[in-house]
Design a binder for this molecule. Structure first.
Ligand code: VG1
Ligand code: CO
Length: 564
Protein backbone atom coordinates (compact mmCIF):
# COMPACT_ATOMS: atom_id res chain seq x y z
CA UNK A 1 0.00 0.00 0.00
CA UNK A 2 1.39 3.34 -1.03
CA UNK A 3 1.61 6.08 1.61
CA UNK A 4 1.09 9.61 0.45
CA UNK A 5 1.97 13.11 1.54
CA UNK A 6 -0.54 15.95 1.28
CA UNK A 7 0.66 19.28 -0.01
CA UNK A 8 -1.26 22.58 0.21
CA UNK A 9 -0.61 24.30 -3.10
CA UNK A 10 -0.97 28.10 -3.14
CA UNK A 11 -3.18 29.34 -5.97
CA UNK A 12 -5.27 32.32 -7.03
CA UNK A 13 -8.79 32.29 -8.50
CA UNK A 14 -9.39 32.11 -12.26
CA UNK A 15 -12.17 34.16 -13.72
CA UNK A 16 -15.17 32.53 -15.36
CA UNK A 17 -15.15 29.06 -13.76
CA UNK A 18 -18.92 29.15 -13.89
CA UNK A 19 -20.67 25.93 -14.93
CA UNK A 20 -23.17 26.51 -17.77
CA UNK A 21 -26.21 24.52 -18.91
CA UNK A 22 -24.24 21.34 -18.26
CA UNK A 23 -20.86 21.70 -16.56
CA UNK A 24 -17.82 23.89 -17.12
CA UNK A 25 -16.78 23.93 -20.78
CA UNK A 26 -13.76 25.82 -22.06
CA UNK A 27 -11.05 25.48 -24.63
CA UNK A 28 -8.68 22.64 -23.72
CA UNK A 29 -5.82 25.15 -23.56
CA UNK A 30 -7.71 26.97 -20.82
CA UNK A 31 -7.95 23.78 -18.72
CA UNK A 32 -4.26 23.10 -19.40
CA UNK A 33 -3.14 26.32 -17.68
CA UNK A 34 -1.23 25.70 -14.48
CA UNK A 35 -3.67 25.25 -11.53
CA UNK A 36 -6.80 25.82 -13.69
CA UNK A 37 -8.21 22.27 -13.55
CA UNK A 38 -7.00 21.72 -9.98
CA UNK A 39 -8.72 24.93 -8.84
CA UNK A 40 -12.02 23.86 -10.32
CA UNK A 41 -11.76 20.33 -8.91
CA UNK A 42 -10.95 21.74 -5.45
CA UNK A 43 -13.99 24.06 -5.64
CA UNK A 44 -16.10 21.09 -6.75
CA UNK A 45 -14.89 18.88 -3.90
CA UNK A 46 -15.53 21.73 -1.43
CA UNK A 47 -19.12 22.05 -2.73
CA UNK A 48 -20.25 18.41 -2.62
CA UNK A 49 -23.41 18.66 -0.47
CA UNK A 50 -22.45 15.56 1.56
CA UNK A 51 -18.83 16.77 1.86
CA UNK A 52 -15.75 15.31 0.17
CA UNK A 53 -14.69 13.50 3.34
CA UNK A 54 -15.37 9.76 2.96
CA UNK A 55 -17.08 10.36 -0.37
CA UNK A 56 -17.24 7.75 -3.12
CA UNK A 57 -17.02 9.32 -6.56
CA UNK A 58 -17.42 7.84 -10.03
CA UNK A 59 -15.01 9.26 -12.62
CA UNK A 60 -15.04 8.92 -16.40
CA UNK A 61 -16.09 10.65 -19.56
CA UNK A 62 -16.17 10.71 -23.31
CA UNK A 63 -12.44 10.05 -23.64
CA UNK A 64 -11.67 13.41 -25.13
CA UNK A 65 -8.18 14.89 -25.24
CA UNK A 66 -6.87 15.89 -21.77
CA UNK A 67 -9.13 13.38 -19.95
CA UNK A 68 -6.17 11.26 -18.85
CA UNK A 69 -4.42 14.21 -17.24
CA UNK A 70 -7.65 15.40 -15.63
CA UNK A 71 -8.24 11.94 -14.09
CA UNK A 72 -4.76 12.07 -12.49
CA UNK A 73 -5.45 15.56 -11.10
CA UNK A 74 -8.82 14.42 -9.72
CA UNK A 75 -7.19 11.40 -8.04
CA UNK A 76 -4.48 13.54 -6.39
CA UNK A 77 -6.99 16.11 -5.11
CA UNK A 78 -9.58 13.52 -4.08
CA UNK A 79 -7.03 11.63 -1.97
CA UNK A 80 -5.87 14.84 -0.30
CA UNK A 81 -9.43 15.96 0.45
CA UNK A 82 -10.41 12.79 2.28
CA UNK A 83 -12.40 11.10 -0.49
CA UNK A 84 -12.62 7.40 0.39
CA UNK A 85 -12.95 5.85 -3.03
CA UNK A 86 -12.87 6.65 -6.72
CA UNK A 87 -14.52 4.29 -9.17
CA UNK A 88 -12.81 5.10 -12.46
CA UNK A 89 -14.00 3.80 -15.82
CA UNK A 90 -11.52 1.69 -17.78
CA UNK A 91 -9.48 4.06 -19.96
CA UNK A 92 -11.81 6.76 -18.70
CA UNK A 93 -14.51 5.64 -21.18
CA UNK A 94 -17.91 6.21 -19.61
CA UNK A 95 -20.86 7.68 -21.46
CA UNK A 96 -22.82 10.29 -19.52
CA UNK A 97 -25.86 7.99 -19.19
CA UNK A 98 -23.66 5.05 -18.14
CA UNK A 99 -22.03 7.36 -15.58
CA UNK A 100 -25.42 8.33 -14.22
CA UNK A 101 -26.32 4.65 -13.92
CA UNK A 102 -23.03 3.72 -12.24
CA UNK A 103 -23.48 6.42 -9.58
CA UNK A 104 -26.95 5.10 -8.82
CA UNK A 105 -26.01 1.43 -8.95
CA UNK A 106 -23.00 1.86 -6.64
CA UNK A 107 -24.89 4.29 -4.39
CA UNK A 108 -21.94 6.62 -4.77
CA UNK A 109 -21.85 10.16 -3.40
CA UNK A 110 -21.66 11.49 -6.95
CA UNK A 111 -19.54 11.55 -10.06
CA UNK A 112 -17.18 13.75 -12.00
CA UNK A 113 -17.82 13.48 -15.74
CA UNK A 114 -15.10 14.66 -18.08
CA UNK A 115 -16.88 15.83 -21.18
CA UNK A 116 -17.88 18.85 -23.20
CA UNK A 117 -20.57 16.67 -24.75
CA UNK A 118 -21.35 17.68 -28.34
CA UNK A 119 -18.57 20.29 -28.47
CA UNK A 120 -15.58 19.23 -30.61
CA UNK A 121 -12.54 17.92 -28.73
CA UNK A 122 -8.77 17.93 -29.14
CA UNK A 123 -5.95 20.32 -28.23
CA UNK A 124 -7.57 23.20 -30.12
CA UNK A 125 -11.16 22.52 -29.10
CA UNK A 126 -13.09 21.99 -25.88
CA UNK A 127 -12.76 20.13 -22.63
CA UNK A 128 -15.31 20.02 -19.84
CA UNK A 129 -15.95 18.93 -16.26
CA UNK A 130 -19.34 18.27 -14.79
CA UNK A 131 -20.52 17.14 -11.36
CA UNK A 132 -23.43 14.75 -10.91
CA UNK A 133 -24.98 14.12 -7.53
CA UNK A 134 -26.08 11.02 -5.65
CA UNK A 135 -29.24 10.66 -7.75
CA UNK A 136 -27.01 10.33 -10.84
CA UNK A 137 -28.20 13.63 -12.29
CA UNK A 138 -26.41 16.86 -13.13
CA UNK A 139 -25.86 18.94 -10.01
CA UNK A 140 -28.72 21.40 -9.43
CA UNK A 141 -28.07 25.12 -9.68
CA UNK A 142 -27.62 25.50 -5.91
CA UNK A 143 -24.56 23.23 -6.19
CA UNK A 144 -23.15 24.67 -9.42
CA UNK A 145 -23.55 28.18 -7.96
CA UNK A 146 -21.69 27.05 -4.84
CA UNK A 147 -18.88 25.63 -6.97
CA UNK A 148 -18.60 28.90 -8.85
CA UNK A 149 -18.56 30.99 -5.64
CA UNK A 150 -15.82 28.75 -4.27
CA UNK A 151 -13.68 29.20 -7.41
CA UNK A 152 -13.66 32.94 -6.76
CA UNK A 153 -12.29 32.51 -3.23
CA UNK A 154 -9.61 29.83 -3.52
CA UNK A 155 -6.20 30.48 -2.03
CA UNK A 156 -5.03 26.82 -1.89
CA UNK A 157 -5.81 23.38 -3.11
CA UNK A 158 -4.77 20.15 -1.45
CA UNK A 159 -2.99 17.47 -3.42
CA UNK A 160 -1.54 14.08 -2.57
CA UNK A 161 1.72 12.88 -4.14
CA UNK A 162 0.13 9.74 -5.61
CA UNK A 163 1.93 7.73 -8.25
CA UNK A 164 0.11 7.83 -11.62
CA UNK A 165 -3.14 5.82 -11.52
CA UNK A 166 -3.18 3.04 -14.12
CA UNK A 167 -6.59 3.35 -15.75
CA UNK A 168 -5.84 0.66 -18.34
CA UNK A 169 -5.99 -2.24 -15.86
CA UNK A 170 -9.18 -3.36 -14.10
CA UNK A 171 -8.97 -3.76 -10.34
CA UNK A 172 -8.56 -1.95 -7.04
CA UNK A 173 -5.47 -0.16 -5.72
CA UNK A 174 -5.29 1.15 -2.15
CA UNK A 175 -3.25 4.15 -1.08
CA UNK A 176 -2.34 5.78 2.23
CA UNK A 177 -2.73 2.67 4.34
CA UNK A 178 -6.12 1.96 2.79
CA UNK A 179 -7.70 5.34 3.48
CA UNK A 180 -8.01 5.99 -0.28
CA UNK A 181 -8.92 3.48 -2.95
CA UNK A 182 -9.14 3.57 -6.71
CA UNK A 183 -11.13 0.89 -8.49
CA UNK A 184 -10.96 0.70 -12.27
CA UNK A 185 -14.15 -0.85 -13.69
CA UNK A 186 -15.59 -1.67 -17.10
CA UNK A 187 -17.67 1.40 -18.03
CA UNK A 188 -19.88 -0.48 -20.47
CA UNK A 189 -21.01 -3.72 -18.80
CA UNK A 190 -23.37 -2.34 -16.12
CA UNK A 191 -25.11 -0.14 -18.68
CA UNK A 192 -25.67 -3.08 -21.04
CA UNK A 193 -27.27 -5.01 -18.18
CA UNK A 194 -29.52 -2.05 -17.44
CA UNK A 195 -30.72 -1.87 -21.06
CA UNK A 196 -31.51 -5.58 -21.00
CA UNK A 197 -33.83 -4.96 -18.07
CA UNK A 198 -35.47 -1.87 -19.59
CA UNK A 199 -36.29 -3.38 -23.00
CA UNK A 200 -37.37 -6.70 -24.37
CA UNK A 201 -34.35 -7.34 -26.61
CA UNK A 202 -35.81 -10.71 -27.60
CA UNK A 203 -38.84 -8.96 -29.12
CA UNK A 204 -36.54 -6.69 -31.10
CA UNK A 205 -34.58 -9.69 -32.35
CA UNK A 206 -37.78 -11.37 -33.41
CA UNK A 207 -38.76 -8.26 -35.35
CA UNK A 208 -35.35 -8.22 -37.05
CA UNK A 209 -35.64 -11.89 -37.98
CA UNK A 210 -39.01 -11.20 -39.58
CA UNK A 211 -37.66 -8.24 -41.54
CA UNK A 212 -34.44 -9.05 -43.42
CA UNK A 213 -35.05 -5.88 -45.46
CA UNK A 214 -34.65 -3.75 -42.32
CA UNK A 215 -31.16 -2.27 -42.73
CA UNK A 216 -29.49 -0.22 -40.03
CA UNK A 217 -26.56 2.15 -39.57
CA UNK A 218 -25.22 3.74 -36.37
CA UNK A 219 -22.81 6.64 -36.13
CA UNK A 220 -20.91 7.10 -32.86
CA UNK A 221 -19.25 10.18 -34.36
CA UNK A 222 -15.88 9.19 -32.85
CA UNK A 223 -17.42 9.67 -29.40
CA UNK A 224 -17.94 7.40 -26.45
CA UNK A 225 -20.86 5.30 -27.71
CA UNK A 226 -18.90 3.02 -30.08
CA UNK A 227 -18.30 0.32 -27.42
CA UNK A 228 -21.92 0.59 -26.23
CA UNK A 229 -23.24 0.30 -29.79
CA UNK A 230 -21.08 -2.74 -30.42
CA UNK A 231 -22.09 -4.44 -27.17
CA UNK A 232 -25.81 -3.87 -27.67
CA UNK A 233 -26.39 -3.75 -31.40
CA UNK A 234 -23.77 -6.20 -32.65
CA UNK A 235 -23.31 -8.62 -29.74
CA UNK A 236 -26.81 -8.61 -28.23
CA UNK A 237 -29.06 -7.87 -31.22
CA UNK A 238 -26.88 -9.49 -33.88
CA UNK A 239 -26.55 -6.60 -36.34
CA UNK A 240 -23.52 -6.93 -38.67
CA UNK A 241 -20.25 -5.56 -37.27
CA UNK A 242 -19.99 -2.96 -40.01
CA UNK A 243 -23.27 -1.31 -38.99
CA UNK A 244 -21.37 1.04 -36.66
CA UNK A 245 -19.55 4.03 -38.13
CA UNK A 246 -16.85 6.00 -36.29
CA UNK A 247 -17.13 3.51 -33.45
CA UNK A 248 -13.64 3.91 -32.00
CA UNK A 249 -13.64 6.59 -29.26
CA UNK A 250 -11.01 9.09 -30.26
CA UNK A 251 -9.53 12.02 -28.29
CA UNK A 252 -10.52 14.46 -31.02
CA UNK A 253 -13.56 12.50 -32.29
CA UNK A 254 -11.64 11.84 -35.48
CA UNK A 255 -11.98 15.54 -36.25
CA UNK A 256 -15.81 15.33 -36.14
CA UNK A 257 -18.08 17.84 -34.50
CA UNK A 258 -19.79 15.13 -32.44
CA UNK A 259 -23.25 16.65 -32.49
CA UNK A 260 -25.92 14.37 -33.99
CA UNK A 261 -27.90 16.69 -36.19
CA UNK A 262 -28.46 16.93 -39.94
CA UNK A 263 -25.53 19.32 -40.38
CA UNK A 264 -22.80 17.65 -38.35
CA UNK A 265 -23.85 14.05 -39.00
CA UNK A 266 -23.88 14.64 -42.75
CA UNK A 267 -21.80 11.53 -43.55
CA UNK A 268 -24.45 9.36 -41.94
CA UNK A 269 -27.28 11.25 -43.63
CA UNK A 270 -25.59 10.82 -47.03
CA UNK A 271 -25.14 7.07 -46.51
CA UNK A 272 -28.74 6.62 -45.36
CA UNK A 273 -29.99 8.18 -48.57
CA UNK A 274 -27.45 6.51 -50.89
CA UNK A 275 -27.82 3.04 -49.36
CA UNK A 276 -31.58 3.16 -48.65
CA UNK A 277 -31.04 2.54 -44.94
CA UNK A 278 -34.31 1.85 -43.13
CA UNK A 279 -33.15 2.93 -39.68
CA UNK A 280 -30.15 4.96 -38.64
CA UNK A 281 -29.03 6.75 -35.52
CA UNK A 282 -26.20 8.93 -34.31
CA UNK A 283 -25.17 10.01 -30.86
CA UNK A 284 -23.02 12.82 -29.50
CA UNK A 285 -19.56 12.83 -27.92
CA UNK A 286 -20.74 11.70 -24.47
CA UNK A 287 -23.66 9.56 -25.64
CA UNK A 288 -26.60 11.41 -24.13
CA UNK A 289 -27.99 12.79 -27.40
CA UNK A 290 -29.47 10.87 -30.31
CA UNK A 291 -30.72 11.48 -33.80
CA UNK A 292 -33.06 8.99 -35.47
CA UNK A 293 -33.41 8.97 -39.25
CA UNK A 294 -34.25 6.63 -42.09
CA UNK A 295 -34.37 6.89 -45.84
CA UNK A 296 -36.51 9.95 -46.56
CA UNK A 297 -37.48 10.32 -42.92
CA UNK A 298 -36.15 12.46 -40.09
CA UNK A 299 -37.57 12.09 -36.59
CA UNK A 300 -37.69 15.52 -35.04
CA UNK A 301 -36.52 15.17 -31.42
CA UNK A 302 -39.67 16.87 -30.12
CA UNK A 303 -41.72 14.23 -31.95
CA UNK A 304 -39.35 11.51 -30.79
CA UNK A 305 -40.14 11.99 -27.10
CA UNK A 306 -43.86 12.23 -27.87
CA UNK A 307 -43.83 8.93 -29.78
CA UNK A 308 -41.64 7.21 -27.17
CA UNK A 309 -44.13 8.30 -24.50
CA UNK A 310 -47.08 7.09 -26.56
CA UNK A 311 -45.47 3.64 -26.86
CA UNK A 312 -44.07 3.55 -23.31
CA UNK A 313 -46.80 1.23 -22.02
CA UNK A 314 -45.53 -1.43 -24.51
CA UNK A 315 -42.01 -1.36 -23.00
CA UNK A 316 -41.20 -3.70 -20.09
CA UNK A 317 -39.71 -0.95 -17.90
CA UNK A 318 -42.85 1.21 -18.05
CA UNK A 319 -45.17 -1.76 -17.99
CA UNK A 320 -43.60 -2.49 -14.60
CA UNK A 321 -43.37 0.99 -13.14
CA UNK A 322 -46.18 2.80 -14.98
CA UNK A 323 -45.88 6.28 -16.48
CA UNK A 324 -45.96 8.66 -13.51
CA UNK A 325 -45.78 11.81 -15.58
CA UNK A 326 -43.87 13.37 -18.46
CA UNK A 327 -41.87 16.55 -18.92
CA UNK A 328 -40.21 18.59 -21.64
CA UNK A 329 -38.00 21.64 -21.73
CA UNK A 330 -39.80 24.88 -22.54
CA UNK A 331 -38.51 25.30 -26.14
CA UNK A 332 -39.38 21.67 -27.01
CA UNK A 333 -42.57 21.42 -29.08
CA UNK A 334 -45.91 20.64 -27.54
CA UNK A 335 -46.23 17.22 -29.22
CA UNK A 336 -45.58 15.54 -25.87
CA UNK A 337 -48.28 17.63 -24.18
CA UNK A 338 -50.89 16.08 -26.43
CA UNK A 339 -49.85 12.54 -25.54
CA UNK A 340 -49.86 13.44 -21.84
CA UNK A 341 -53.32 14.92 -22.14
CA UNK A 342 -54.73 11.88 -23.89
CA UNK A 343 -53.37 9.52 -21.24
CA UNK A 344 -54.13 11.82 -18.32
CA UNK A 345 -50.47 11.91 -17.27
CA UNK A 346 -49.13 14.77 -15.13
CA UNK A 347 -47.08 17.10 -17.33
CA UNK A 348 -44.26 19.57 -16.57
CA UNK A 349 -42.53 22.27 -18.62
CA UNK A 350 -39.00 23.02 -17.42
CA UNK A 351 -36.14 25.30 -18.45
CA UNK A 352 -33.49 24.03 -20.88
CA UNK A 353 -31.02 21.55 -19.37
CA UNK A 354 -31.44 18.09 -17.91
CA UNK A 355 -30.78 19.21 -14.32
CA UNK A 356 -34.39 20.38 -14.02
CA UNK A 357 -35.87 16.92 -14.63
CA UNK A 358 -34.04 15.24 -11.74
CA UNK A 359 -36.17 16.62 -8.92
CA UNK A 360 -39.37 15.62 -10.72
CA UNK A 361 -38.07 12.10 -11.27
CA UNK A 362 -36.83 11.70 -7.71
CA UNK A 363 -40.27 12.79 -6.49
CA UNK A 364 -41.96 10.19 -8.71
CA UNK A 365 -43.64 12.78 -10.93
CA UNK A 366 -41.86 12.13 -14.22
CA UNK A 367 -41.09 8.92 -16.05
CA UNK A 368 -40.15 10.20 -19.52
CA UNK A 369 -38.79 13.54 -20.60
CA UNK A 370 -37.16 15.20 -23.54
CA UNK A 371 -35.57 18.22 -25.09
CA UNK A 372 -35.69 19.44 -28.66
CA UNK A 373 -31.88 19.34 -28.70
CA UNK A 374 -31.81 15.61 -29.52
CA UNK A 375 -32.20 14.63 -25.88
CA UNK A 376 -34.63 11.97 -24.71
CA UNK A 377 -34.65 9.92 -21.58
CA UNK A 378 -36.50 8.37 -18.70
CA UNK A 379 -36.20 7.81 -14.99
CA UNK A 380 -34.13 4.64 -15.46
CA UNK A 381 -31.26 7.12 -14.88
CA UNK A 382 -30.99 10.89 -14.36
CA UNK A 383 -29.42 11.95 -17.67
CA UNK A 384 -30.70 11.95 -21.20
CA UNK A 385 -29.75 8.74 -22.91
CA UNK A 386 -28.91 8.36 -26.60
CA UNK A 387 -28.56 4.58 -26.71
CA UNK A 388 -31.75 4.15 -24.67
CA UNK A 389 -33.62 6.23 -27.26
CA UNK A 390 -32.28 4.19 -30.18
CA UNK A 391 -33.33 0.96 -28.48
CA UNK A 392 -36.64 2.65 -27.67
CA UNK A 393 -37.31 3.27 -31.34
CA UNK A 394 -36.34 -0.29 -32.26
CA UNK A 395 -38.72 -1.50 -29.61
CA UNK A 396 -41.50 0.76 -30.95
CA UNK A 397 -40.98 -0.69 -34.44
CA UNK A 398 -41.08 -4.21 -33.04
CA UNK A 399 -44.30 -3.53 -31.14
CA UNK A 400 -45.96 -1.83 -34.11
CA UNK A 401 -44.90 -4.60 -36.49
CA UNK A 402 -46.26 -7.27 -34.21
CA UNK A 403 -49.58 -5.46 -34.03
CA UNK A 404 -49.74 -4.87 -37.79
CA UNK A 405 -49.02 -8.47 -38.77
CA UNK A 406 -46.87 -9.75 -41.65
CA UNK A 407 -48.93 -8.07 -44.41
CA UNK A 408 -47.62 -4.61 -43.53
CA UNK A 409 -44.00 -3.51 -43.41
CA UNK A 410 -43.74 -1.03 -40.57
CA UNK A 411 -41.06 1.66 -40.83
CA UNK A 412 -40.18 4.96 -39.19
CA UNK A 413 -42.50 6.85 -41.48
CA UNK A 414 -45.42 4.54 -40.67
CA UNK A 415 -44.98 5.30 -36.99
CA UNK A 416 -44.75 9.07 -37.51
CA UNK A 417 -47.69 9.19 -39.92
CA UNK A 418 -49.89 7.32 -37.50
CA UNK A 419 -48.85 9.61 -34.68
CA UNK A 420 -49.65 12.75 -36.70
CA UNK A 421 -52.97 11.28 -37.78
CA UNK A 422 -53.92 10.73 -34.17
CA UNK A 423 -52.53 13.87 -32.54
CA UNK A 424 -51.95 16.37 -35.35
CA UNK A 425 -48.46 17.70 -35.97
CA UNK A 426 -46.39 20.23 -34.05
CA UNK A 427 -44.07 21.60 -36.72
CA UNK A 428 -40.85 22.63 -35.05
CA UNK A 429 -37.54 24.04 -36.10
CA UNK A 430 -34.52 25.50 -34.34
CA UNK A 431 -32.10 27.95 -35.94
CA UNK A 432 -28.65 28.19 -34.33
CA UNK A 433 -26.34 31.11 -34.94
CA UNK A 434 -23.03 29.86 -33.53
CA UNK A 435 -20.06 31.95 -32.39
CA UNK A 436 -21.81 35.28 -32.77
CA UNK A 437 -20.14 38.31 -31.19
CA UNK A 438 -21.06 38.16 -27.48
CA UNK A 439 -21.97 41.83 -27.14
CA UNK A 440 -24.18 41.84 -30.23
CA UNK A 441 -26.02 38.76 -28.99
CA UNK A 442 -26.47 40.29 -25.53
CA UNK A 443 -27.80 43.52 -27.05
CA UNK A 444 -30.32 41.60 -29.14
CA UNK A 445 -31.53 39.67 -26.09
CA UNK A 446 -31.68 42.83 -23.96
CA UNK A 447 -33.95 44.46 -26.52
CA UNK A 448 -36.22 41.41 -26.63
CA UNK A 449 -36.32 41.26 -22.84
CA UNK A 450 -37.36 44.91 -22.71
CA UNK A 451 -40.14 44.15 -25.21
CA UNK A 452 -41.64 41.44 -23.04
CA UNK A 453 -40.94 43.03 -19.65
CA UNK A 454 -44.21 43.55 -17.79
CA UNK A 455 -43.92 47.36 -17.93
CA UNK A 456 -43.45 47.37 -21.72
CA UNK A 457 -45.91 44.59 -22.40
CA UNK A 458 -49.01 46.71 -22.95
CA UNK A 459 -47.37 48.62 -25.83
CA UNK A 460 -45.94 45.45 -27.33
CA UNK A 461 -49.32 43.84 -27.34
CA UNK A 462 -50.93 46.98 -28.75
CA UNK A 463 -48.58 47.14 -31.74
CA UNK A 464 -49.23 43.92 -33.60
CA UNK A 465 -47.52 44.96 -36.84
CA UNK A 466 -44.20 43.09 -36.39
CA UNK A 467 -46.10 39.86 -35.75
CA UNK A 468 -48.36 39.85 -38.81
CA UNK A 469 -49.90 37.56 -39.99
CA UNK A 470 -49.86 36.21 -36.42
CA UNK A 471 -51.74 37.67 -33.48
CA UNK A 472 -49.69 37.98 -30.34
CA UNK A 473 -51.48 36.59 -27.32
CA UNK A 474 -48.78 36.74 -24.69
CA UNK A 475 -45.06 37.15 -24.22
CA UNK A 476 -42.63 36.72 -21.35
CA UNK A 477 -39.16 35.71 -20.26
CA UNK A 478 -39.72 32.15 -19.09
CA UNK A 479 -39.21 31.50 -15.43
CA UNK A 480 -39.64 28.29 -13.54
CA UNK A 481 -40.49 27.50 -9.98
CA UNK A 482 -39.43 23.96 -9.17
CA UNK A 483 -42.56 22.25 -7.81
CA UNK A 484 -40.47 20.01 -5.54
CA UNK A 485 -38.01 22.34 -3.81
CA UNK A 486 -39.40 25.76 -4.74
CA UNK A 487 -36.12 26.92 -6.34
CA UNK A 488 -36.56 29.56 -9.01
CA UNK A 489 -34.84 29.82 -12.41
CA UNK A 490 -35.24 33.22 -14.08
CA UNK A 491 -34.59 34.48 -17.63
CA UNK A 492 -34.83 31.11 -19.32
CA UNK A 493 -35.88 32.37 -22.76
CA UNK A 494 -37.97 35.11 -24.34
CA UNK A 495 -41.26 33.74 -25.65
CA UNK A 496 -43.83 35.19 -28.01
CA UNK A 497 -47.02 33.14 -27.89
CA UNK A 498 -49.60 33.58 -30.64
CA UNK A 499 -53.34 33.23 -30.68
CA UNK A 500 -53.29 30.07 -32.84
CA UNK A 501 -50.86 28.30 -30.47
CA UNK A 502 -47.69 28.99 -32.51
CA UNK A 503 -44.63 30.25 -30.65
CA UNK A 504 -41.25 31.83 -31.26
CA UNK A 505 -38.57 31.65 -28.58
CA UNK A 506 -35.14 33.19 -28.23
CA UNK A 507 -32.35 32.22 -25.85
CA UNK A 508 -28.60 32.17 -25.66
CA UNK A 509 -26.77 28.88 -25.39
CA UNK A 510 -25.15 28.01 -22.08
CA UNK A 511 -22.85 25.32 -23.45
CA UNK A 512 -20.64 27.17 -25.92
CA UNK A 513 -17.07 28.11 -25.13
CA UNK A 514 -16.44 30.85 -27.68
CA UNK A 515 -18.54 33.96 -28.37
CA UNK A 516 -22.30 33.46 -28.08
CA UNK A 517 -24.73 31.09 -29.75
CA UNK A 518 -28.23 32.42 -30.38
CA UNK A 519 -30.98 29.84 -30.57
CA UNK A 520 -34.28 30.67 -32.27
CA UNK A 521 -37.08 28.14 -31.81
CA UNK A 522 -40.29 28.20 -33.85
CA UNK A 523 -43.34 25.99 -33.53
CA UNK A 524 -46.73 25.80 -35.21
CA UNK A 525 -49.48 23.23 -34.77
CA UNK A 526 -51.57 21.76 -37.58
CA UNK A 527 -54.41 19.39 -36.77
CA UNK A 528 -54.85 17.98 -40.27
CA UNK A 529 -52.21 19.41 -42.63
CA UNK A 530 -49.56 17.01 -41.43
CA UNK A 531 -47.68 16.34 -44.68
CA UNK A 532 -45.92 19.64 -45.15
CA UNK A 533 -42.19 20.05 -45.29
CA UNK A 534 -41.38 21.69 -41.88
CA UNK A 535 -39.43 24.64 -43.30
CA UNK A 536 -42.39 25.37 -45.61
CA UNK A 537 -44.89 25.07 -42.81
CA UNK A 538 -42.83 27.44 -40.65
CA UNK A 539 -41.73 29.92 -43.32
CA UNK A 540 -43.89 32.85 -42.15
CA UNK A 541 -43.15 32.24 -38.50
CA UNK A 542 -39.40 32.28 -39.15
CA UNK A 543 -39.76 35.60 -40.96
CA UNK A 544 -41.65 36.99 -37.96
CA UNK A 545 -38.90 35.75 -35.64
CA UNK A 546 -36.16 37.43 -37.68
CA UNK A 547 -38.16 40.65 -37.96
CA UNK A 548 -39.12 40.86 -34.29
CA UNK A 549 -35.61 40.11 -33.03
CA UNK A 550 -33.74 42.14 -35.68
CA UNK A 551 -31.27 39.26 -35.54
CA UNK A 552 -29.71 40.04 -38.89
CA UNK A 553 -29.29 43.72 -38.00
CA UNK A 554 -27.72 42.92 -34.61
CA UNK A 555 -25.40 40.11 -35.70
CA UNK A 556 -24.81 40.63 -39.42
CA UNK A 557 -25.72 36.94 -39.89
CA UNK A 558 -27.82 36.21 -42.95
CA UNK A 559 -28.06 32.47 -42.44
CA UNK A 560 -27.95 30.20 -39.40
CA UNK A 561 -25.06 27.81 -38.75
CA UNK A 562 -27.38 24.87 -38.10
CA UNK A 563 -31.04 24.32 -38.89
CA UNK A 564 -32.87 21.50 -37.19
C1 VG1 B 1 -27.82 22.67 -25.08
C2 VG1 B 1 -29.24 22.25 -25.36
C3 VG1 B 1 -29.88 21.70 -24.11
C4 VG1 B 1 -29.01 20.57 -23.54
C5 VG1 B 1 -27.60 21.06 -23.34
C6 VG1 B 1 -26.66 19.98 -22.88
O1 VG1 B 1 -27.82 23.72 -24.15
O2 VG1 B 1 -30.00 23.30 -25.89
O3 VG1 B 1 -31.18 21.28 -24.40
O4 VG1 B 1 -29.53 20.10 -22.33
O5 VG1 B 1 -27.08 21.58 -24.55
O6 VG1 B 1 -26.61 18.94 -23.80
P1 VG1 B 1 -27.66 25.24 -24.59
O7 VG1 B 1 -27.61 26.01 -23.32
O8 VG1 B 1 -26.40 25.30 -25.40
O9 VG1 B 1 -28.85 25.55 -25.43
V1 VG1 B 1 -25.22 18.01 -23.93
O10 VG1 B 1 -25.53 16.75 -24.87
O11 VG1 B 1 -24.17 19.17 -24.63
O12 VG1 B 1 -24.80 17.70 -22.34
CO1 CO C 1 -24.10 15.30 -24.66
Amino acid sequence: MTEFVIEQVATTPFEGQKPGTSGLRKRTTVFQQKHYTANFVQALLDSIPEGAKDAHLVVGGDGRYYSDEAIQIIARLAAANGVRKLTVAHRGILSTPAGSHLIRKLKATGGILLTASHNPGGPDNDFGIKYNGANGGPAPEAVTDAIYRRTTQLTHYAQADLPPIDITTLGTTAFGGGCFEVEVVDGVAAYVELMKSVYDLEAIKQFLRSRPDFTVLFDAMGGVTGPYFRALFVQELGFPADCCMNAEPSPDFGGHHPDPNLTYAKDLVARVEAENVAFAAASDGDGDRNMIIGKGCFVNPSDSIAVLAAYAPTMPYFARSGVKGVARSMPTSGALDRVAKKHGWPFHETPTGWKFFGNLMDAGQCSLCGEESFGTGSDHIREKDGVWAVLGWLSILAAAQQKAGPEVKVGLKTILDRHYAEYGRNYFSRYDYEEVDGEQAAAMMARLRAMVAPEGRSTTLADQSPFAPYTLKDCDDFHYVDPIDGSVAEKQGVRFLFADGSRIIFRLSGTGSQGATIRVYVEAYEATRVDLEPQTALKDLIQVALRVSQLQEFTGRKVPTVIT
